[in-house]
Design a protein around this ligand. Structure first.
Ligand SMILES: [Zn+2]
Length: 55
């Protein structure tokens, strides 16, 4: 539980072929699906939960 690698700049990609979601931080050599090596990925915006401070 000591992992806190949540970067806000991480972008999620979804493979157009197999539908797998890949983080931009996991992409080493450009945008490519690590599972099927398909090169067409679309950007997916992850649902960001914003906390609203009520004060
Ligand atoms: Zn794929």
């Amino acid at each position: 539980m000591a992992r806190s690698e949540q970067k806000q700049s991480a972008i999620l990609y979804q493979c157009m072929k197999c539908g797998a979601t890949v983080k931009s931080t996991d992409l080493d050599l450009g945008v490519r699906c690590p599972f099927c090596r398909y090169r067409v990925l679309i950007k997916v915006r992850p649902p960001i939960v914003k906390r609203i401070k009520a004060r």
